[in-house]
Design a protein around this ligand. Sequence first.
Ligand code: PLP
Ligand code: COI
Length: 353
Amino acid sequence: MTSFDTTFTGPGTDIPDLDWPNLAFGYLQTDYNIRHTWRDGRWSEGKLTSEPTIPLHISSTCLHYGQECFEGLKAYQTASGDVVLFRVDENASRLRYSCRKILMPEIPEEMFIESVMQVVDANRRFVPPYGTGASLYIRPLVIGSGPILGVRPSEEYTFLVFVTPVGPYFKTGFKPLDFIVEEDIDRAAPLGVGDAKVGGNYAASLRAGVPAKKKGYADVIYLDAREKKYIDESGPANFFAITKEGQYITPDSPSILLSITNKSLITLAGEKGLNPQRRRVAIDEIVDFTEAGCCGTAAVITPIGSITWKDKKIVYAKDGKPGPHCTELYNALTAIQVGDAADPHGWVRTIPG
Ligand code: PLP
Ligand code: COI
């Protein structure tokens, strides 16, 4: 077996000796991943394997033409030791949408959920213990894996799901971070694939994200590519803000990913009287917000401490602490995700043990 993770010694039963509360958002090899192949118009049964590499034809469409999409979701351990998934049906649905956008065969919902459950169950010992703040990140992906040279869809595909235990995407966790508005680089075009979770969007974001991080910013905030007037989102997460009137607002844009975390926060914000609204959010409104944040599976809620735009720095977290609404929403969301709070919307699904 080829292993790129020197701490991994092969499938086992012992609880791994990891520093759970301080895990980074990074890849650690786990016991199993699962793979399905699409050939002759149908998906194969899933095969569990411990091999972390894939044999790939050198002329695969994913390599040359970016025919690839993926998902991200998390499994959590609850106080009673159950392992639960958060809104897995939403990820299944978004992956089908992404597949359709780049002409790949869809993964049926049942197959998606079954594969995710099977691979989490097979890697149960890597689910971070309750109370550590860490979780098991699940990365399903679909790639065009057949040999084609012209620009057209592959005739063969691979769907695979791997998992890895992670800490927060932004390593400081629930602490306000500084962001910068990127005006000169677009992440996605309005009629393109910005609303699909395709790898090319992330490749396109590197050119803006890397220099911003070198300057000390957590990440960039992109503007709409057509008018450069409205906020789109950040590289790895959606954007939201709280207005002076105490309203939760979040951009409505054709070029952003429809975040499942944001959709959940909109529901929770409604329950907390924050009158949530998806609408175009003009960049010059940022001076009027009382709080702002990024949200996503990996980022959870990352409060925005400041936004630098042109020569201005608008500071939200003057005392370095997350604002009250960000805190209330973060607590409400994470309590449901780890089973500490009631789940009135049926968002959480237990993986049978
Ligand atoms: N926007 C982008 C570009 C993302 O990559 C992600 C992460 O998945 C999100 C938003 C947040 O989406 P979700 O909350 O479904 O993880
Ligand atoms: C996620 O939040 O799950 C994502 O896929 C974002 C990614 C940049 C880590």
